[in-house]
Design a protein around this ligand. Sequence first.
Ligand code: PLP
Length: 383
Amino acid sequence: MQQTSYIEISKSAYRHNIQYLKKIIGSNVKLSAVVKGNAYGHGVENIVPLAEKAGVNHFSVFSAAEALEVFKVKSDKSKIMIMGYLSDEQIAWAIENGIEFYVFDLYRLTKAIELAKSIGKPAKIHIEVETGFNRTGIEFEELPQVTSVMHENLNLIEFVGLCTHYAGAETIANHLRVMNQIEIYNSFYEYFLLKDLVPKYRHTAASAATLTYPQTRMDMVRVGIAQYGFWPTQETLIHQIKENNAKESDLRRVISWKTHIMSIKNVEPGEFVGYGISYMANRKTKVAILPIGYSNGYSRSLSNSGRVLIHGKQAPVVGSVTMNTLSVNVTDIPNVNQGDEVVLIGKQKRECITVASFSDMSNQLNYQVLARLPGNIPRNVVS
Ligand SMILES: *Cc1c(COP(=O)(O)O)cnc(C)c1O
């Protein structure tokens, strides 16, 4: 079925980003590509093969359902790590298929051991510790019990990782909190060493920490947003530019989102465009109607404020974004016709609509805009 818009994924931009990230972390640190949320809207089936070609062989997801999507398209030598929710049956599935998963409480630890025993295969676990994010993670007081359970079942577990997550490494405002977390993490690590339990990988850093706090890279980093060419925040970008004496971002955006003009309308001065009275034409106005609305991932909060590109020029959204359509003002762009290409996110000639500017306008983060791009929009990999 033909959809009203389509997404292009740039192979060369993705390859560039992985090479750049690998250069930063060095060859002793493993890169796990975080592909939760349908690879941040880019499509798991597109990103996993590209990542493997770029030398990535470890993928992180939130749930078993996401792990299954990766499992279907990955090569044999790639590993999957589930960082979040698992039902008991899903823990069994993970163990059977050699899928790694987080253990953040005693319940999951004992369940994993019990299932590993009945399946006859060790559970590949990453112990997540509580260092100050206060979401999931084992508390320091639980360590004696956790480590003794691990010791009693060494043949049923593989201690793959010791991990934690920072509460906002993307802004300097959290500097002290992050530094505290690093210190707490290290004391957890020392406790495990004292008990002769040595994880294969120590990993704590997502994109922001990877890019701004070298000491957090340890043995592995879990990079999400940066591999897709976006900075976690403006602050992270500025830090990187200062560090490298760069003129602009060293990352390239991988995604473009496009549609075509559905219809053209000429509106007389004093008339309103769309529902209600939110936009009145103050002169003879030429409006292009696009087959994209909030049900297609184009936020309603971009009403009267979003911008798209047509013929390499910016066209502002006029009136409200409806469920399936929106209107843009093309009065000042010559020769605009039905069927012309429209860029919702990405480049056209010299102009660019970034997800960041998109999100500044609608007050959302990069992450949200990307994750909300519907799965049914066709995604094509281009060079
Ligand atoms: C989402 C997530 C990441 C990746 O975060 P980015 O900021 O996109 O790099 C890393 N670790 C955990 C636990 C996550 O949930």
